[in-house]
Design a protein around this ligand. Structure first.
Ligand SMILES: [Zn+2]
Length: 522
């Protein structure tokens, strides 16, 4: 069988990561998005452990998740209780999900030490719990905790725990690499051994503690597992769970497995960014397949070769996972990077102009600017070379004061003089700081003529003090990020003065907004 089933645990194991705390609404939104992508199983949480997860299941019942089945997670019954008496099992039933996933011990050391149970008692706990959930009509996934460590320590007992679950009717046996310390060949070999004794379909659940979460999962699939558990962007406790955004394309594009439809795979980059947005963590730019830099080319030689054929320096066509190729412009670039960049923007550039832009970039980077993260500044530079480009405004001068007065506290005031729409505007504004006041004044000078600027907002402002030993004449670099009209863009300014550096980045950002968002004049 070539199909591999996807089981997501971002909403349960993923939220074990420090810095992640999801509301019920966040979890519902992510579940819907995972279902749309093509996940087969979505683990929503542990209803017996907290009221938030119980509420999630109550509300998730009303969601249309298409082919995706919702799973509630819990553990096998306690040693001294029957399944009816065990509130954790009752909470699993109350979650009313089609799938119930129960974790149980498969490592004899843990049974004796942590559960303080006999090996026989643990087998009964597994068997009773699985049989009870089957009696109530659930699809049952048995998660065998510490399976790989258990198998190496006491192989017969680890296999007996799987047999107990399988004889009681479990639909899936998932081998958990709970401590995340195994290596790929160990995992593959153990899965192959298990397959000789067990006919119930196998899954795998890996953690990334040895940096092998992805490779261990792929090895388990080679060994015969047909369900893979993991999280979006590899979120999870400690160093994280196996990262599904890397595993999925590897299985489908490299190993010839069927995971989702090709059209769904093209949504992978968007899915990864969406989840990062909801959990409020910065997306990791260098993540395989879906990172912003995953197909970014900076070296001049690479870019020159790629203009001849894109596959010369790329392992796949980025469009297959919904990502795109970029050329990064910096002082390390050749003229080819500039030509490539211009072509992607639909600007016709001759070699001479490309060389001029390159020289200017090299000169400005020497002064302290950096263009790798400020692509909007590069794009503006290219547009300014166009014969038909009209500069939407021209800065004449600005003036900023900051005062702290005993009665009024801290106050900044800025005045700007700009030429816009054929006349000179002179506008003052107050702000809680000098850059804020300057931005306010510039925006109010421009918004009357360009109302579209009311729809953009500043979302990030970064200042870096540059190393004076590097011989740059500017000491301060400012990167400003704006958002509006469905776009996000970053511009750069550098100067000996923080306000001046901010001013340069700010005016570039507003000019860029007009270039992209201003409707063409009637
Ligand atoms: Zn886990």
């Amino acid at each position: 069988m070539n199909q591999v089933f996807l089981y997501d645990t971002t909403l349960r194991d993923g939220t074990q990561r420090e810095d992640i705390s999801l509301s019920v609404d966040d979890k519902l939104a992510i579940a819907k998005r995972l279902a749309d992508f093509g996940f087969h199983y979505i683990e929503g949480g542990w209803p017996g452990s907290n009221p938030k997860d119980a509420e999630f299941f109550a509300r998730a019942a009303k969601l249309d998740l298409g082919q995706a089945k919702l799973a509630a997670f819990g553990r096998t019954r306690q040693k001294t209780l029957t399944c009816e008496q065990d509130t954790n099992l009752q909470a699993l039933l109350d979650a009313k999900t089609p799938v119930v996933t129960m974790v149980g011990k498969s490592f004899d050391y843990h049974v004796k030490l942590v559960l303080a149970a006999t090996l026989k008692e643990n087998l009964a706990m597994i068997s009773d719990s699985v049989a009870y959930m089957k009696l109530h009509g659930r699809e049952v996934v048995f998660d065998a905790e510490h399976f790989f460590d258990g198998f190496l320590a006491n192989r017969d007992y680890a296999l007996a725990t799987l047999k107990a679950a399988s004889d009681a009717g479990a639909d899936w046996l998932v081998l958990c690499e709970t401590n995340g310390g195994k290596l790929p060949w160990e995992v593959e070999e153990i899965v192959r051994e298990v397959k000789k004794h067990i006919s119930t379909p196998l899954g795998v659940h890996c953690h990334n503690d040895s940096g092998c979460g992805v490779s261990n999962t792929l090895s388990a699939v080679r060994g015969g597992c047909t369900q893979i558990q993991g999280t979006i962007n590899g979120y999870g406790e400690r160093v994280g769970n196996a990262n599904l955004t890397t595993i999925i394309p590897n299985l489908q594009l490299k190993m010839g497995k069927t995971v989702v439809m090709a059209a769904q795979l093209r949504e992978l980059t968007a899915l990864a960014h969406y989840v990062a947005e909801v959990v409020n963590l910065k997306h990791y730019n260098h993540a395989p397949y879906i990172g912003y830099s995953a197909f970014a080319h900076k070296g001049g030689i690479h870019v020159a070769a790629m203009m001849k054929a894109a596959d010369t320096y790329q392992h796949i066509d980025p469009a297959l996972v919904g990502n795109q190729m970029r050329s990064v412009v910096s002082e390390l670039s050749g003229r080819g990077n500039i030509l490539f960049h211009a072509k992607a923007l639909g600007i016709n550039l001759n070699n001479e102009d490309a060389q001029r832009v390159l020289n200017r970039i090299k000169h400005l980077e020497h002064e302290g600017f950096t263009f790798e993260a400020a692509e909007a500044s590069v794009e503006l530079m290219l547009h300014r070379l166009r014969a038909d480009y009209v500069q939407p405004f021209e800065l004449i001068d600005y003036f900023v004061i900051t005062e702290r007065r005993q009665s009024r506290g801290l106050l900044s005031e800025a005045t700007v003089k700009v030429r816009v729409d054929g006349s000179v505007k002179f506008v003052a504004a107050e702000g809680n700081g000098p850059v804020n006041a300057l931005a306010g004044a510039l925006r109010s000078a421009l918004e009357g003529v360009y109302p579209v600027l009311k729809t953009v907002r500043l979302t990030d402002y970064k200042v870096r003090i540059l190393d004076s030993a590097k011989g740059t004449s500017a000491q301060i670099r400012v990167l400003i990020t704006f958002q509006g009209g469905g776009l996000v863009w970053t511009t750069v300014g550098a100067s000996t003065n923080i306000i001046d550096a901010s001013w340069l980045a700010l005016s570039d950002s507003l000019e860029y907004a007009l270039l992209k968002l201003q409707p063409p004049a009637a």
